[in-house]
Design a protein around this ligand. Structure first.
Ligand code: MTE
Length: 322
C-alpha cells in the first residue's frame, strides 16, 4: 500500500486558499505547465470521445464562484490509470484494466433510514437535479500521494436536501455497488460492500461534491462511475465510488477501512500533516502531476481547505478523532 517518496526535489506549494475562477485563470495563463497539461487533457478527452456523456457542459456556470486551486493539474491519463478501487483489484493499475465491465446503466441509488420518505433515484434524474459545476480539487490519498483533478458535479448538500432527512439524522452512510459477477477481482476478507460515512454537517459542507464527471467527461469506471462523492479535505478513501445506497442514521455508521484497521483509519480521516499514520508520516505527499520526475511537497492541514472546514472540528482533539 505504502508509496515512499525518496528525497524532496521540490517543496513548493502555493496558497492553500480556494481561488475564484477568474483569478485562477489569469494566474494559470502565464504558466507553461498549464499549457502542457491543457494540451494533454484536450488530447485525452478527444481520444476518449466521451464529452457528450455529461448532461450539461461541465464549466457552464457563469456568475458563480468556481472552486479551484492554482496547483498544476494531474493529467487525465494518470488520474485514470493509477487508482484505488479494491473491488476491481488491489494494484493501482488493476481498476483501469478490470472496471471496464462495470455496467453503469441502468443505475439507481436507494435512499433509506431517517428520511421523510425512502426513495429511489435514477442516475439520469440525479444528473439533471442541478447544473454540474467544474471544481478543481486537491485529492490526497492516505498512502501519501496526491493529485489535482477537475471534477464535475454539484454540492452533496443539494442531494441531501432533496432526500429530506429527518432532524434526528446525525450521520449519512454511503454504500458502493458490490456485485461479485462484475467484480471477481474483489479480494476476500473484506466486508463488502464498500462503506463510508460522514457527519451530517460534513456532508452538508459546500465543498462536499456529488461527482459525475472529471476533465469535462463522464467519470471513467475506475474513478467511480456513474456517481461518487469527493471530500477534498479528507483522505481519498472517504470518497466512496459507484454509490448505490445512501442511509441517514443517528449512529456513526460502519466504514470498511475502519473495520479492517481501526488504529490506522479513523472515522474522520481529515488530512492532517501532524497526525501520522501508525506506519508512515503524513507530513509530506508525492504529488502526481504532469512532471517528468515525481516530487514531494508538504501536506497542508485539511489538504489546504482549513478556511472552509476547520470550524466543523473546533474543540475536537484531532489526534484522537483521526
Ligand atoms: N470506493 C470504493 N467503492 N472502493 C475503493 O476501493 N478506494 C478509495 C476511494 N473510494 C475505494 C473507493 C481510495 S483508498 C481512494 S484514494 C480513492 O477512492 C481513489 O480515487 P481515484 O481512484 O479516483 O483517485
Amino acid at each position: 500500500m505504502l508509496i515512499r517518496s525518496e528525497g524532496s526535489r521540490e517543496s513548493v506549494i502555493r496558497s492553500s486558499e480556494i481561488t475564484p475562477q477568474h483569478v485562477f485563470e489569469s494566474f494559470q495563463r502565464s504558466r507553461r505547465q498549464f499549457l502542457a497539461t491543457g494540451a494533454a487533457l484536450g488530447a485525452g478527452a478527444l481520444a476518449a470521445g466521451r464529452l457528450s456523456g455529461l448532461v450539461q457542459p461541465s464549466v457552464a456556470h457563469a456568475g458563480s464562484v468556481t472552486y479551484t486551486v492554482p496547483d498544476p493539474q494531474t493529467p487525465l491519463q494518470k488520474a485514470a490509470t493509477y487508482n484505488n478501487f479494491y473491488e476491481f483489484g488491489t494494484d493501482k493499475d488493476e481498476p483501469a484494466r478490470y472496471a471496464k465491465t462495470l455496467k453503469t446503466r441502468p443505475w439507481a441509488i436507494a435512499v433509506e433510514g431517517l428520511v421523510k420518505k425512502p426513495l429511489t433515484l435514477d442516475i439520469d434524474t440525479l444528473l439533471k437535479l442541478r447544473p454540474l459545476e467544474n471544481r478543481v480539487y486537491r485529492h490526497r490519498c492516505v498512502e501519501a500521494w496526491s493529485m489535482v483533478i477537475p471534477w464535475d458535479g454539484y454540492s452533496l448538500s443539494e442531494l441531501i436536501n432533496h432526500c429530506q432527512p429527518l432532524p434526528s439524522a446525525k450521520y449519512v452512510q454511503f454504500l458502493s455497488l458490490y456485485d461479485k459477477k462484475q467484480m471477481p477481482q474483489a479480494p476476500s476478507g473484506y466486508d463488502w460492500p464498500y462503506s463510508e460515512g460522514l457527519r451530517m454537517d460534513e456532508a452538508m459542507n459546500p465543498l462536499a461534491l456529488l461527482t459525475f464527471g472529471f476533465y469535462g467527461q463522464t467519470l471513467q469506471n475506475q474513478n467511480g462511475a456513474p456517481v461518487r462523492i469527493i471530500l477534498p479535505w479528507k483522505y481519498g478513501f472517504k470518497s466512496a465510488k459507484s454509490i448505490v445506497k445512501i442511509i441517514f442514521t443517528d449512529k456513526q455508521p460502519r466504514t470498511l477501512w475502519n473495520e479492517i484497521a481501526s488504529g490506522e483509519y479513523g472515522f474522520y480521516s481529515n488530512v492532517n500533516p501532524k497526525v501520522d499514520h501508525p506506519r508512515w508520516s503524513q507530513a509530506h505527499e508525492r504529488r502526481i502531476d504532469g512532471s517528468l520526475f515525481p516530487h514531494t511537497i508538504p501536506t497542508l492541514m485539511f489538504n489546504g481547505y482549513a478556511d472552509q472546514v476547520a470550524g466543523m472540528y473546533a474543540g475536537m482533539n484531532l489526534a484522537k478523532y483521526y
